[in-house]
Design a protein around this ligand. Sequence first.
Ligand code: URA
Length: 264
Amino acid sequence: MEEERKYHIGFGRRDLGDDLPFAAVLCGDPARTRRIATAFPGVELIRPLSENRGLASFLVRIPGGRKIVCVTSGMGAPSLSIVANELAALGLSRMIRVGTTGSIQDPVRAGSVIITRAALCAQGASLDIAPPEYPAAADPFLTMALVQAARELKVDWHMGVTASVDTFFEGQERTLTSANPYLLRRLQGITEEYRRLNILNFEMECGTLLKMSGVYGFAAGCVCAVIDDRTTGECIDLSLKERAEADAIGVALKALEDMDAGCP
Ligand code: URA
């Protein structure tokens, strides 16, 4: 017998209404999820779904009339993998991560947004789902919809390969702002190595989401607000965060509004 409510996300199929939502938008930070659901222009709150474990979730209607769920995935891939699994079990067939990220390439400035087309997935959780060499590839239709939306909204956008890692400090080669100034030898110089591999940015969830999408058979994409520029230092630029986050949210919602429903 199907559970009434999924154990971690705290809502179930019946809470979503007769027809399944068109997509799930996943945010690591519950404040961002709430911002989309309750304070973003054009978004109509249908109902809050759950606050279980701090994973605030909402059913909303976006401009154009489509119903989606905004769900908090928590920090890092282990938490995201649980949330994405339960959403897939409920039947959600499209998921877009709307996150934050640090740029490692000179032309990609804090304040812009990055659309991920594929990830270098250096994440332990993903190894429980697929072997390391399994591709972490974004859905091409979702990704094109994100690009088209970014163009139309005239935001400062980039598209490329993202490095998804498990730690904010060591794995992203932070030493000055970390309580641990020591880095394992294999992590010393990792930012420069990734830069030379033409990787645009560091973040902590997307690679596992993209691998899961391939294995489970749902479509996934990712758009992140760049909130720090790792070519110049280690600190988050809070003065740019709100605007960049609004741009990333706007891009995701417009992509979902404009997407051809026939796309998988
Ligand atoms: N999220 C990350 O994982 N890294 C950053 O630098 C910013 C946001």
